[in-house]
Write a protein that binds this ligand. Structure first.
Ligand code: NAP
Length: 290
């Protein structure tokens, strides 16, 4: 028999996780604060637990996917004694500090702990493009890796329980930078009679795709140091051109709120004497902020 699993939380994501476990043949018990959520799971053979304690009692593998850290703590605390000898996998979005605190708390209850970061939207769960970052107990990861692989490709990023959240939030930073930049780009072109769809499909996506190739070089420069004068697009040049981006936005009646901070960072980096370097210099500047 496949490992019985319990899923706490039947929001959009928890429901997708439960569905994937059921589809893979895992006996699946669920609990949700508001009873009766996601009735479609009943046809798939889900077991509904009346209480959190009941839900924890029946499975060695407990997957929690609630709104935030507060909801995880208030949900688990009253049933803490049921966590002994369980593996607690917390897929709720949170910070590294929250993950480390929950790991310590879980250890006090006698549970193995894995923190996770879901790099997917619910419809991707169980599909090939989704992956989930895990950190914490390596023993627990190895024991339950096959079951966790039913949800998404599992990627273990270290024994520090905070590392999954750190990687998750770093990846989200990259995503929000991209979508924020795209939002400003679309505001600019739609200030004129330019098709946002054609602009996006014919120009923006190919451009961003091409620029993705520069990220590896920035990372390598950060890690190993760039050769002097290696920057093909030095920051002093970029800071000068960037002023046009702000000015054109204002001229077109577009709020520059999204793009102004990057201009300020470019200016600061140049002012600190790094105008002949590349974007790795901005990373160094950001890391100085405590
Ligand atoms: N959806 C995504 O695209 C996505 C992607 C990656 C990661 N995530 C993360 O996955 C987690 C769940 O997201 P979701 O999309 O499933 O959210 P959601 O649809 O808004 O569902 C939230 C869930 O949390 C429960 N909840 C909220 N407050 C609670 C409390 N105080 N005590 C107990 N339960 C509480 C809700 O229960 P009720 O039904 O009773 O309200 C519901 O089950 C979040 O941390 C989110 O950041 C989501």
């Amino acid at each position: 028999m496949k490992t019985p699993v319990t899923v706490l939380g039947l929001g959009a994501m928890g429901t997708a996780l439960a569905r994937a476990f059921l589809a893979a043949g895992h006996p699946t018990t669920v609990w949700n604060r508001t009873p009766g959520r996601s009735p479609e799971l009943d046809e798939l053979g889900v077991t509904r637990a009346a209480t959190v304690a009941d839900a924890l009692a029946v499975s060695p593998l407990i997957v929690v996917c609630l709104l935030n850290d507060d909801s995880v703590r208030t949900t688990l605390a009253p049933a803490a004694t049921e966590l002994s000898d369980r593996t607690l996998v917390n897929l709720t979005n949170g910070t590294p500090a929250q993950a480390r605190r929950t790991a310590d708390w879980a250890a006090q209850q006698g549970a193995e702990y894995l923190d996770g970061g879901i790099m997917a939207v619910p419809v991707m769960i169980g599909g090939p493009a989704a992956f989930i970052l895990y950190s914490g107990s390596e023993v627990a990861f190895e024991r339950h890796q096959a079951a966790l692989a039913e949800l998404a490709r599992p990627q273990y990023v270290g024994s520090d329980p905070g590392f999954a959240a750190l990687h998750d939030l770093a990846l989200l930073s990259g995503m929000y930078g991209m979508v924020g930049g795209a939002a400003h780009a679309l505001a600019l072109v739609s200030s004129e009679k330019i098709s946002p769809t054609a602009f996006t499909n014919d120009l923006l996506i190919p451009w961003l795709t091409a620029m993705l190739g520069t990220l590896s070089q920035i990372a390598a420069d950060l890690e190993y140091g760039a050769a002097p004068g290696a920057a093909g697009s030095n920051l002093a040049m970029q800071a000068t051109a960037y002023v046009n981006l702000i000015d054109a936005s204002v001229d077109q009646g577009v709020d520059p709120a999204m793009v102004t901070p990057m201009g300020e960072l470019l200016d600061r980096t140049v002012a600190e004497g790094h105008g002949d370097e590349d974007l790795a210099a901005i990373v160094r500047l950001l890391r100085k902020v405590s």
